[in-house]
Design a protein around this ligand. Structure first.
Ligand SMILES: NC(=O)c1ccc[n+]([C@@H]2O[C@H](COP(=O)([O-])OP(=O)(O)OC[C@H]3O[C@@H](n4cnc5c(N)ncnc54)[C@H](OP(=O)(O)O)[C@@H]3O)[C@@H](O)[C@H]2O)c1
Length: 205
């Protein structure tokens, strides 16, 4: 699969490496100059490229890996017809106060699904610190760690669950996008690293 990343920082670089090891190709973009990503893709190898936003969104799957507030800088039609993984988290101190989120009227990914017209969203890879992802992968201790995902579109969710399994982890289906607030940064699941049973307890109480 061809996977594009909006963002070229910590999350994008760790996931890109894991996806490449699983046989996929990646395209990364950033905000402050693509030349700064050149050494990153050189380290990642021939399956990685730097690209502009248009190139990134041409891939089969697009991963959002930027600070949440940066998503509002992007064109609302950028992701039309695209399959998107939202790996972002919302932090009011960093991203600003957003009443709908503060009042729990919407989940952060639901708000993005509304913001970007005609895109299909799955929320995934936002709960685990990427340093842990990388460490567990190197130590080959991924199998017993469950990563949550949520979304409304079953085929996309199956695709993302398969991707989670391909990089060695266990996929845990939290439910629909309406359930995705259960795996946000203000829940016990955030930063949690554990197996399916422990994750289920965190999510369902
Ligand atoms: N770090 C973690 O362990 C972790 C784990 C799960 C989820 N998350 C979430 O994932 C997201 C990314 O985190 P991170 O740690 O990877 O952050 P980061 O290292 O600061 O990287 C952010 C990246 O986003 C790029 N960016 C910012 N605005 C952009 C725009 N308008 N268009 C294109 N690219 C843009 C930045 O480009 P420049 O470099 O050019 O500024 C940078 O490459 C955040 O929402 C975070 O909360 C983080």
């Amino acid at each position: 699969m061809k996977i594009g990343f909006i963002g070229g920082g910590h999350v994008a670089q760790v996931l890109a490496k894991l996806f490449i090891e699983a046989g996929h190709t990646v395209v990364l973009t950033n905000k402050h100059g693509l030349e700064r990503l050149q050494p990153v893709v050189e380290r990642l190898g021939s399956q990685a490229q730097v690209g502009n936003l248009a190139e990134v969104v041409r891939q089969d799957l697009v991963v959002l890996a930027v600070p949440y507030k940066a998503l509002f800088e992007l064109d609302t039609q950028l992701l039309e017809g695209k399959n998107v993984i939202d790996a972002t988290n919302y932090f009011p101190h960093r991203d600003g106060d957003i009443a709908e989120l503060r009042e729990h009227r919407l989940g952060t990914t639901q708000l993005m699904a509304r913001h970007f017209e005609g895109a299909t969203f799955v929320k995934a890879f936002n709960t685990i610190p990427v340093a842990d992802l990388a460490r567990l992968a190197v130590a080959k201790k991924t199998k017993k760690v469950a990563l949550p995902l949520a979304g409304d579109d079953l085929p996309l969710k199956q695709k993302v669950a398969a991707l989670i399994r391909e990089i060695g982890f266990t996929a845990y289906d939290v439910g629909s996008l309406a359930d995705s607030p259960k795996m946000q940064s203000d829940t016990p699941v955030f930063l949690f690293v554990g197996d399916e049973k422990e994750l289920s307890k965190k999510i369902n109480g």
